[in-house]
Every structure is written in C-alpha cells, then in structure tokens.
Design a protein around this ligand. Structure first.
Ligand code: BGC
Length: 733
C-alpha cells in the first residue's frame, strides 16, 4: 500500500512538473507571438487596442452609438461593448479581420445576473449564502453569454455598501467584506472556469475599483472619503480576493478616492493593484470615466485626462476618446514614454490570446450553438434552483407558511405579481417574454386565482378596495406582491427615502383586518423599510427580483416544496436616518446602550428592522454547546464548535454563522465581524456538529499602514443564526 501511495505521489509529481514545463512553454510561445505582433504595430494601432466603443445601445451618457465598422477594419478599436449575438459579433469580427494585423476584437457586455436566462439579482443570490449555487449561476451566465458571441462581462460588482439609499447595492453581495470576498471569488471562478481558452468561459471584470459603494449620502457617483485603515478592512478585501481568484480584468470606478478620481489614481491602479497585488490582467475605465476627470476638475482637458489615465495605469478607455485623440501626440512630443502604452497593449493582447481568439476569432460566434444553449432548460432549472435559495423568510406567525396543499384558491394582489419586466430587476439581459411571473406560476399549479391590482404603482393610491376585499374573502389565502418596480434600484437609482410607499402598506393593513391568512411578498432590489407591514402582516417573504424563474421559485417556497434558507446579506433599517447601517460597527468611547451619555438617537431605538444574517425557516434549529478546542494543526489556533439540531417539523437548511471580536487592538475594531459560516442541510430530528477553524484569517486585520497583522490577546467568538442572535465563548491567543 505504502509503495502504491509513493508511486501515485511520484506520478503526480512528474505530471505536475510536465504541466509546469508545458505551462511555461505555452507562456513562452505566447510571449513570442505577442512580441512579434507588437513589433509590427504602429503607435496608432497600439492606441486602437486601448479603445473600447459602444455598439447598439448606451449604458451611460452617450448618445449616438455609431457603427464603427470603418475604424474596426483599420485596427483602431480593441473592444466593443453593448453588442451581442453570434451573428452580429461575427460581422464585426469579420471587419476586424480586414485590418492590417488581424487583431481580434473582444466583446463585452454587462451580464450581471444571467444572460437571456435571468438569474436573481446579485444581492438576492448573496442571500442564499450558498457559494456553490452562486458559482454555478455565474457559470451559467458564462455558458449562455459565450454562446452569443461575448468574451467578457463587466461583473462581478464586488463593492461593499452600508447604504441602502445607493441603488447599486442590488448588484453586489451586500455589506460584509468577508462574505463579499467569498462571493466575489465564487463569481470569478464561475465566469472564468479554470481555462480561459475553453469556448464557454468569459473574462470577469471586477468592479468598481475602488470604494464605489461608499458615495457620500448614498448618492450614485458622489465623492468618497475614507481613511486607508477603513478602506483596507472594510472595502478593499473583495477586490483583492477577486484578484487572487484570477480575475482577468478590473474596472476603475467613477468616484474619487483619497482626492483623486479612481480612473487616474496611481495609488489604486499602479501601486496597489498592479505592483503590490501583482495583478497581470488589464484595467478598463468605467463608461466615459477618463473624460469625466475633466468634470472632476482633476484634469484641465481631455489631453490631460489621457495623460493622467495612462500614467496611473488605466489600460483601456471605455467610450470616451481621450486616449484615441491624445496619446499619440503625448508620445511623439515626449511627454509620456511609449513603454507605458506598450504595457497596456500587452496586457490586453494577452487576454485576447488566452481566450484563443488569435487561433480562431470566430470561436464564440456559432449560431447553431447559440440556438441550442440560449434559454435552454438546464439553464432555467439552475435559475430556479438559485432563486429558491435566494428567498428570505422574514416573519411567519402561527406558521401560516408553508401553505397546505389543500389551499386551492388564492387572492393574488398587486400588479408586481404579473409584471415580467419587474420580475427581471435592474441591469437585466433576460428575455422578458420568457419570464414566468407569480401569476403564471400559480396558474400552472392549477389554482383558482382571485386577482386584484389593489394599488396603483405610479400614484400609490389604493384602487377599488371593495373589489380587493371581496377577492380576499372568497379565497383560502391572500398573497400580496408589493415593493419596488425594477427601475427603482440600480445605477442612478439612489433614493432619499427607501420606505415602501404608504398606500401599499395601508392596503396590507386593510386586508389583514379581514382576519384571513395573509402572506406579503416583498419584491425589492435593496433593503427597504416597511414598518406597518412588519407589524401587521403575519407572514413576510423577501423575494427580491428573481428573474426568469421568479414565479415557480416563489410558489415552491410558498407551498413548502422548498423550505426557505436565505439570510439577509445587508441590514434592513427601521428608519432612513439610521443609514449608513451595518452590523460591524465599532464600540466607540461611549458605546450604544450603556447609559444616557452614549451613541444613539433620541427618537428611535438602535435596532435595525432585520439584522445582517437574519432569515427564518419553516423548521426550527437549536444551537447548543458553543465551545472552543485548541488545535495542534499547523496554521490553526483552535476550532470553534457548535451542535445544531433540527427540532422542527420539516427538513431544512441553516446558515450557521461565526463572528469574532478582537477585545483590544492597536486600532479600534468592530464589535463583531463574520469570519466563517456553513450552510448545512438537516433532516427533521437530525443533529450535527459544525466546526469553524480559527486561523490568521479569522483573527487578523489591516493596521493603518495597510499591513495585515494578528495581535495576540483576548478574543470573543460568537456563533449564531444571525448577527444578533449569537452565543459567545472567550479565547486567548
Ligand atoms: C456602469 C458600469 C458598466 C458600464 C458599461 C457604467 O455606467 O457604471 O458598471 O459596466 O456602464 O455598461
């Protein structure tokens, strides 16, 4: 046996050596190819590679997307965005093949949550706390998008945010840097697979680098101001984690960071990302953000914007034309060295090479493959799987849910129940007419649906109340679909008030008065405030925007075919004035709740509506015997253990959460930070011990010099079902 093991080990070793040799041989071959290509390129052709133009539609303030065929065929454009489809991309690629050096284009699009098959918005997916499901979702996006001519998605957005007024929270993984980092990595892995040269993987683009999720007052595009220590501990980790997972590209953000726009910020791009972290991919600007350095008053004109961008390490310019119009002159007059341009070009050509485009520029443009894959059933099945896991049960008085199979008639209230467009959510590429709404899904279940609009989404007036109440009275149960329309969350959709409109909430109150069982479905792209509903409705599910399979997924949860397991990845406030709101606040010198002289509001409690990590199940999970065991394993200081029992009446899944507090440190530290979680499935009556390792990752932090350190001393470990409901044990390192 020993010999066999040795033999296998040596075979593995030999294989590893050969692979590395092959790798380096492959790399050498690539470098030779790119050197030779660059040797033939004119300065104008090089600058062309740094230019990205928008095709069919605009996702920013431009206005007439022009056909670029002529420039493409002259080799003056390196990439197109907002074009997709095997046929359309083939036509453009054919134009690129007419250029002197036949350098292929790369096609990018915002494939944010699924392509033609829509997956839940990213914030919703994050609520699944299921990294495998999240990775699979990204994998599906890549498979479908690549079949439609795309090589590159501008995702994942990994921006941490503590501000639900900022509409783009819907695109991220919520408020927590530890969890956000794991989600970022899962998404990168899903998109890129382990081989970019496979024809069903696409380049990921980590955005928006950096700190875009912290605009002042939650206003999109607003200035950002934070200390380096704060950045390093709370905002930076997901970018770094995504880089470490091998993300091929980064996007610079619109905002300024430390008083310089991110797009022209040498510290962020050249120093931290490229030098310190060793990022070897390329950085694209956000839409027009090179040119916007002029509006920032950081550059006098487009020429200076180009100079600041290229000097800072910004490789490709999206949409604006500062590079195209100025870089050549800047080189010719000696203001910048051509080596700056060469470095950017090389980074871009490497990705084109790794995608296999020099071998076959049309490998993503196969119309037959597109037909077979786009909107195919396996993708829809995956979309439903993730959608079910994204739903969060917020309240379930008297166990109204799950509905019994004997429930045959349903009063379905609210136009959102029927809206394909709104089911998709913001930044959606999904085929709207293929979205199964809640209404349709209920029809498919053969239920008697007594529908009423109930309220007017535009005016927030209750409409035809008597009719609605009559529908409620004649039904076994009432389901109210309420919340936001899709356009209300997303880019440019910052809100000063995230309360659900009063009319919608009042309607719930009226319906509850009938005494009939009521379930509220909160459809939203961000944490929203709905205090009346929270108080009056006996059952509430947060169903976010779940896209193509929204209806079936919601029905499966309502009728208990899937027992909800989602947990909130962002704190839900009870009052708008609490924002920014997050669970990992610091103690302060006058800690909350201690006295009258403490940090607090005088008009509301300090409590959120729902804390980070909150979510119920149809079953009950008991947490017992939280304990620490020291460990002798290398790199592991200890294990924290907890016994979990499913003591309710259903099989179910629970996200067991592990938080750490560093009791004293050389810088002020949060009262708790998530440092581990495990999603476990337990059958009714079953128990299991969950074990969390304690390593440097759990105990360390970035000091003010941005060094990651672990300080010996006392720690408190907490395990629980959400960030508030925890049991603690102490530990000394
Ligand atoms: C957004 C980016 C997006 C880009 C291209 C910008 O407005 O901020 O997230 O990738 O447009 O569509």
């Amino acid at each position: 046996m020993k010999n066999l093991t040795l033999f296998l080990l040596s075979v593995c070793f030999l294989m590893a050596c050969t692979n590395t040799e092959k790798q380096t041989e492959k790399q050498k071959e690539m470098n030779r190819f790119i050197d030779s290509l660059m040797g033939q390129m004119t300065l104008e052709e090089k600058i062309g590679q740094l230019s990205q133009c928008s095709g069919e539609f605009a996702t920013g303030p431009d206005n007439n997307p022009i056909s670029r065929t002529e420039d493409i065929s002259k080799g003056l454009i390196g990439s197109m965005l907002n074009v997709s489809g095997a046929e359309k991309t083939r036509r453009m690629q054919e134009a690129a093949m007419q250029s002197r050096l036949r350098i292929p284009l790369i096609f990018g699009l915002d494939v944010i949550h699924g392509f033609r098959t829509g997956f839940p918005i990213p914030l919703a997916e994050a609520a699944s706390f299921d990294l495998d499901a999240i990775e699979r979702s990204a994998r599906c996006s890549a498979i479908e998008a690549s079949a439609s001519g795309l090589h590159w998605t501008f995702a994942p957005m990994v921006d941490i945010s503590w501000d639900a007024r900022w509409g783009r929270v819907m695109e991220g993984a919520g408020e927590d840097p530890y969890y956000g980092s794991l989600v970022a990595q899962a998404r990168v892995r899903g998109l890129q697979g382990d081989d970019l040269s496979a024809d069903n993987t696409i380049l990921a683009c980590v955005k928006h680098y950096a700190a875009y999720g912290a605009p002042m007052a939650g206003k999109d595009y607003n200035s950002v101001d934070m200390s380096m220590g704060h950045f390093a501990n709370f905002y930076m980790p997901p970018y770094k984690a995504a880089m470490e997972a091998g993300a091929a590209t980064f996007m610079s953000s619109f905002n300024d960071f430390n008083n310089q726009p991110a797009t022209g910020n040498s510290f962020l791009l050249r120093h931290l990302l490229k030098k310190e972290w060793g990022f070897d991919g390329f950085v694209v600007s956000d839409w027009g953000s090179v040119q916007e350095m002029v509006a920032h008053r950081y550059a006098r004109d487009e020429r200076e914007a180009a100079l600041k961008g290229i000097t800072a390490g910004l490789d490709m310019e999206m949409v604006s034309e500062c590079y195209r119009n100025n870089l050549a002159e800047l080189v010719k007059e000696g203001t910048i060295d051509e080596s700056l341009i060469d470095d950017a070009v090389r980074r871009i050509l490497i990705k084109k090479y790794e995608l296999g485009l020099f071998e076959d520029p049309f490998r993503y443009c196969d119309v037959e493959r597109e037909k077979e894959i786009v909107n195919s059933q396996p993708l829809r099945d995956e979309a439903r799987y993730v959608a079910e896991r994204s739903i969060v049960l917020l309240k379930n008085e008297q166990n109204i849910l799950p509905l019994s199979p004997s429930v045959k008639s349903v009063a379905l209230i609210g136009p959102l129940a029927k809206s394909q467009k709104d089911m998709c959510g913001s930044w959606s590429c999904a085929d709207q007419n293929k979205v199964i709404t809640l209404f349709e899904a209920m029809q498919q279940r053969g239920l008697t649906i007594n529908y009423s609009d109930g309220y007017d989404l535009k005016t927030d007036e209750i409409t035809n109340l008597q009719h609605t109440l009559a529908q409620v009275r004649k039904s076994d149960v009432t389901i109210i679909a309420m919340g936001e329309e899709a356009w209300e969350s997303g880019e440019m959709r910052s809100k000063a008030d995230i309360n659900i409109p009063a009319g919608q909430q009042k309607l719930v109150e009226e319906i509850v008065k009938t005494g009939k069982p009521v379930v509220v479905l909160m459809m939203c792209g961000r944490p929203v405030i709905f205090n009346t509903v929270r108080e009056k409705a006996p059952a509430i599910l947060c169903t976010w925007w779940l896209s193509s399979e929204a209806g079936p997924a919601i029905c499966n949860v309502l009728w208990g075919d899937y027992n909800p397991s989602g947990k909130l990845p962002m704190t839900f406030p009870q009052h708008i004035g609490q924002i920014p709101l997050y669970y990992q606040y610091k103690s302060t010198g006058r800690p909350a709740g201690q006295d009258v002289w403490c940090t607090k509001y005088i008009d509301i409690t300090d409590q959120p509506a729902y804390p980070f990590g909150y979510g119920l199940s149809y079953t009950r999970f008991d947490y017992d015997n939280v304990r620490v065991e020291k460990s002798d394993e290398k790199g592991v200081y200890a294990y924290v253990l907890v016994d979990i029992t499913n003591s309710g009446n259903y099989d179910g899944e629970e996200v067991v959460q592990f938080y750490v507090r560093d009791e004293y440190a050389s810088i002020t530290r949060p009262v708790k930070e998530l440092r581990g979680f495990e999603k476990i499935a337990l059958k009714k009556g079953e128990s299991r011990t969950v074990k969390f390792p304690v390593t440097d990752k759990q105990l360390g932090f970035y000091n003010n010099d941005m060094e990651y350190i672990v300080e010996p001393g006392e720690f408190t470990f907490m395990v629980g079902r959400n960030s508030q409901d925890v049991e603690s044990v102490s530990f000394t390192l």
